[in-house]
Design a protein around this ligand. Structure first.
Ligand code: CA
Length: 228
């Protein structure tokens, strides 16, 4: 298997170095960018397998970089993990809303970073589930082999996590999925993750589903269900 390429966008040299060292040790190819604007250029040119993005950056801040990446279909599906510092909780929520797949709070343990990144890539590479047949509910159609989703015939760009979330909901139409079940099956791990992560992604997915948004029902105190 070719080595996965990770772009680390971090302006603090010590942190960038720790990340580079540990990710290379874990078998990843690592590039470092120190500015947001330069990172955007690099991503558009080289399309890395995953981006680790600090929020406070010179040139263009991390949220702005995220917004621009997620707006462009060519880069919208590259998995993105944010590094957030204490005091950036609001930005963290905004980042998840914009389409980041996960966040890592600073200070972090290098081991945790490697685990999180592997989990994100595993979800992304995801074991192809029950075949490649397209899944439908109402006006929503998901084509696993083409990795595309259409709502009433119009293609809707989803992030890797949103796509996986929708796929799981579609595969289990009519059945309630608890937050913890979704965390395990969509995010790949269940510990240390705020269940609000699920809510945030569901909210964003609903927004993208537009006129079909209400097919995802909230089951209060439990989780979510896609109407069959
Ligand atoms: Ca920084």
């Amino acid at each position: 298997m070719p080595e996965k390429r990770i772009l680390v966008v971090e302006d603090e040299p010590d942190i960038a170095e720790v990340l580079e060292f540990n990710l290379e040790k874990a078998g990843f190819g690592v590039e470092i960018e120190r500015r947001g604007d330069a990172a955007l250029e690099s991503i558009r040119r080289h399309s890395p397998d995953l981006i680790v993005l600090d929020l406070m950056l010179p040139g263009l801040d991390g949220l702005e970089v995220t917004r621009l990446l997620k707006r462009d279909p060519a880069t919208a599906r590259i998995p993105l993990v944010m590094l957030t510092a204490k005091g950036e909780e609001v930005d963290r929520i905004v980042g998840l809303e914009l389409g980041a797949d996960d966040y890592i709070p600073k200070p972090f343990s290098p081991r945790e970073v490697v685990l999180r990144i592997k989990a994100v890539l595993r979800r992304r590479g995801g074991a192809p589930a029950e075949g490649d047949e397209s899944l439908e509910s109402g006006g929503i159609r998901l084509d696993p082999s083409a990795h595309k989703v259409a709502v009433r015939g119009a293609e809707v760009p989803l992030t890797a996590t949103e796509f996986r979330l929708l796929r799981v909901l579609l595969e289990r139409q009519g059945r309630v999925q608890t937050r913890s079940r979704l965390l395990t099956d969509v995010w790949g791990y269940a510990e240390d993750v705020d269940s609000r992560t699920v809510d945030t992604h569901v909210r964003r997915l609903r927004r993208k589903l537009g006129p079909e948004a209400d097919r995802i029902e909230t089951v209060i105190g439990v989780g979510y269900r896609l109407r069959g």
